[in-house]
Design a protein around this ligand. Sequence first.
Ligand SMILES: Nc1ncnc2c1ncn2[C@@H]1O[C@H](COP(=O)(O)OP(=O)(O)O)[C@@H](O)[C@H]1O
Ligand SMILES: C[C@@](O)(CCOP(=O)(O)OP(=O)(O)O)CC(=O)O
Length: 500
Amino acid sequence: MSNHDVYAVSAPGKVLITGGYLVLDQQYTGFVQATSSRFVCIILKNNNTTIDKYSVKVISPQFIQGQWNYHWNIESKELTEDETNTSKNYYIQCTIQNTLLIASKLCSDFKTLIETGIKVVIMGHNDFYSQREQLDKMNLPKNFKSIHSIPNFCSANCLIKDVNKTGLGSSAAMITALVSSLLGYFKIIDIPSNEQDYEKIDTKNDYCLNFLHNVAQYCHCLAQGKVGSGFDVSAAVWGSHVYRRFNPAIINDLYKLDKKELTAEKLISVLDPKINPNWDATVKPCHIPPGFTMRLADIATGSSTPKMVSKVNAWKKANPEEAAELWNSLSTYNNKVNILFEELTKKCQSDSETYWSTLETLKNYSVDQWKEYENNTNVSKDILDLLLELYNDFLQVRSCLRVLSQKTETPIEPESQTHLLDACMKCPGILMAGVPGAGGYDAIFCIIMEGKKSGEDCKGIIALEKLWQNWEESSVCPLCACQSNFGISKEDINNYLEYI
Ligand SMILES: Nc1ncnc2c1ncn2[C@@H]1O[C@H](COP(=O)(O)OP(=O)(O)O)[C@@H](O)[C@H]1O
Ligand SMILES: C[C@@](O)(CCOP(=O)(O)OP(=O)(O)O)CC(=O)O
């Protein structure tokens, strides 16, 4: 296969550690950690060029009836669904429609490339979908070893509309991967190939990444039928960072246009960062400090984010003063947490030896025992103070979220989750445990001190696994994902030959 006939990318999932609800407002920020679990999208030249001219065949092999066939009309620049399609996938259709419209204008050999037709393969890491049924079928307990033993990109054995999601942001990662693989195939952008490449480029000012970001945000809003905060798309593009949203008016302006007015020129004039200086989202690199790892668990019950957001918004509107006060305290503690993550990362660079010896000592004890090690020769008092400050600030974040739950009568950190999070916090080396994003019954995250050696054999992870497996109040199932900081990445097709 020639390199010109294929373009493969992957985009990470997300965990919003701080900033749920606040990040919807441009005044506040949120810290989003990217995950090791990623969505892969591959564009291939169609082989059957004579009968399938201008065809766009999408395959999502993990799902029953996961195939959607379209046709690109070169004159009207419209993507039409084939009559043989058994279901609709609006997320995919509107993303391809808009990205091809842009490509039709910006790619000099667009006609030649689209005439042969293209095949699109979309696959999400198992973590994006609940694997409980799979584990039950395999007769395996809900632990890390079992979850890692499920073959990657395994079949969900259902229609996509019936799948149980885990909250890692399947649609944002899928749309971002789809947009970037199409823009890459049509030679409009090129993206970094791996984590090392990523570190070399000035991501903030990189034209390709900014253009991709804007197109993906627009397509995701269109697919969801609303302009959300966009932190999930931003994480899929840039990886882990502190995010401040874009002004929603930028996209609302495109929404107002009717179909005829929405030309390639108009779309490009709004989405190309060189033409439109109004894109104002900010991305400040930030990540979980070295020597710490993140683990996630899927909770069986699940919650609806849109319903929770509308209840919170309704309360905020009815109680502006009380809401402003609560938003400001939450924001203060959120910012403290974000800043302490950065300070610890800096300490690791400036004071490496003490940093690591402190972590190696403390990782075997729970936070409430750490104070006893204050005078230990391997422990730095400065670093211990930063760690305890971080621990306390995050407890304040959780306490504000519980006030928000109670005021809005929305289960953001519901009681059953509080019990589970408090129990996690008692395990050795667990610095933080919380409900990500909008909260609810969906999932939990834990930030664990693991020291220099990573892997699932550290004391903290072993203790968490045991706790989760024996937890009776709710059903807790670990995910494979851990933290991984880089964003969209070009993939080597040779690693995916068995799937295409
Ligand atoms: N593997 C996939 N293949 C094709 N489409 C997908 C896939 N995963 C997600 N999607 C699209 O994303 C939609 C789910 O979006 P949404 O409900 O916003 O989920 P999430 O909260 O995970 O982002 C699906 O209905 C489908 O259109
Ligand atoms: C409430 C929010 O600020 C955060 C929601 O974060 P989640 O991570 O819970 O998101 P979903 O994957 O859509 O469920 C809404 C937003 O920012 O869009």
